[in-house]
Design a binder for this molecule. Structure first.
Ligand SMILES: [Zn+2]
Length: 443
């Protein structure tokens, strides 16, 4: 029996309906979609995985990058499951997989990561969040379930160790079949997975790592740019205002064992985002499902477009990955507007900006773009000195939302009239304002 997809977004779908819908798609569009299940949940439901690309039967896939999207990691966040199905529908039934920037990816979608929790939430307790595995010794099992988004092995220890907590981290990392399944998928996709998106609701935000600490990943600017592209597109389309920033900043608390930190820090996925879908509560009225899905898809599409158009070097190269965290190092996007002379520069530092002020008028203007200081040149050149000085400045925060920090004065060597240098690991010319090295150029 085939599934009537016209009603798909008029109501919330059960695990069974979802399977039926995917089977129908498989029959009708077998060249573009594959549906499989690599694991079962504790209550033995298939954890369905959808693989979509424009030539799914083609086995050899050079230069094909992966996007991994999951939904329903938290059982009560019903709307995220609908959003994931909407993505599948758009790519397959509306053939958006053929769009230029989408077709370079293989889309791997887990529309329902935690099926047991979701069904329990539908049938018994709408606010259920965790998995459904009974905990504790067999004779006195009073509490059930683990919070999947505390069960990954990054800073896992800071999660709650109480069985009955809503945020219980599990007896050990990957204690749940559901999270193990995600881990195995990541391992299988290595190193092709370039974008991980975990759908949650309903905080109206797009978040990037890290969740467990305020120390940002080295490529945070790139992730911020991609998240912002989604925020802007949705704002333009519907007026909705999402926030964006690192998860620990926006949520204002550290979260251990999260899937985005795992994806980014362990699996080296360059872009790992949480989208907290905007909705009224965890179970918005069914009449709103389609509208929310459409809005979310606009944001997701814009993020993928941004990744595909502005960061191709990240997709292609080994420049995928984050260095280990370096605590207390301010990570800045620097931009100077005027320059130095007689060896002294006074400049203004913020998490986003630096403008140098010259003590003499009429000296050349320099522009500095930097996220990280280069090892070999730090301290020995103008930009090296600036960056070194910034590193030693106690900024109030390294978060991008801080706009003002302090003035600095530092001594620099005499400058040639034209300087163009680059150091550190730079991405490419296409990622203009995201250069990961430092650049100092007379203009
Ligand atoms: Zn959630």
């Amino acid at each position: 029996m085939s599934f009537d997809s016209s009603k798909l977004f008029q109501t919330y779908q059960s695990h069974r309906d979802i399977k039926q819908y995917l089977d129908t798609l498989l029959q009708q569009h077998s060249s573009k979609i594959e549906v499989f299940s690599r694991a079962e949940s504790y209550e033995e439901r298939e954890i369905l995985t959808v693989r979509i690309c424009h030539d799914v039967r083609e086995q050899k896939r050079p230069n094909r990058w992966c996007i991994l999207i999951d939904a329903g990691i938290h059982a009560r966040e019903w709307i995220t499951v609908s959003v994931a199905l909407f993505i599948v529908r758009q790519l397959i039934e509306k053939d958006e997989i053929s769009a230029k920037s989408f077709r370079s990816f293989e889309w791997i979608i887990l529309p329902l990561l935690n099926p047991d929790g979701y069904e329990y939430s539908r049938e018994h307790n709408k606010m259920w969040r965790k998995t459904r595995r009974p905990l504790g010794p067999r004779h006195r099992r009073s509490c059930v379930g683990v919070d999947c988004n505390r069960n990954f092995n990054v800073a896992w220890t800071i999660g709650s160790a109480r069985f009955c907590s809503l945020l219980y981290r599990g007896e050990r990392p990957f204690s749940e079949r559901e999270t193990k399944n995600v881990r195995d998928l990541f391992r299988k996709l290595r190193p092709a997975c370039k974008f991980y998106l975990s759908l949650h609701s309903y905080a109206k935000a797009i978040l990037y790592p890290r969740a467990y600490t305020r120390t940002l990943p080295r490529n945070w600017q790139m992730q911020h740019t991609i998240a912002e592209a989604g925020v802007e597109a949705m704002k333009k389309a519907t007026g909705v205002r999402y926030r964006c920033g690192s998860a620990s900043t926006v949520l204002n608390r550290p979260v251990g064992g999260s899937s985005i930190d795992y994806a980014h820090d362990i699996e080296k996925v360059p872009v790992a985002l949480v989208m907290e879908v905007a909705s009224k509560g965890f179970h918005p009225p069914e009449a709103n499902i389609e509208r929310i899905c459409e809005e979310s898809w606009i944001g997701i599409g814009a993020m993928v477009n941004c990744l595909a158009s502005s960061f191709r070097s990240v997709l292609k190269g080994s420049a995928t990955l984050a260095a280990p965290a370096q605590p207390n190092r301010p990570q800045c996007s620097l931009r100077s507007t005027s320059s130095a002379s007689r060896g002294w520069v006074r400049f203004f530092v913020s998490a986003r900006k630096i403008s140098t002020r010259s003590s003499l008028a009429g000296s050349p203007t320099y522009r500095i773009l930097s996220n990280r200081p280069g090892r070999s040149t730090a301290g020995s050149t103008m930009s090296g000195r600036l960056v070194a000085a910034i590193r030693n400045t106690p900024l109030r925060s390294s978060m991008p939302s801080i706009s003002v920090s302090s003035w600095l004065t530092t001594r620099v060597p005499a400058l040639p009239s034209t300087v163009s240098e680059r150091f550190g690991q730079s991405e490419s010319n296409s990622s203009k304002n995201m250069t990961q090295g430092a650049e100092l150029r007379a203009r």
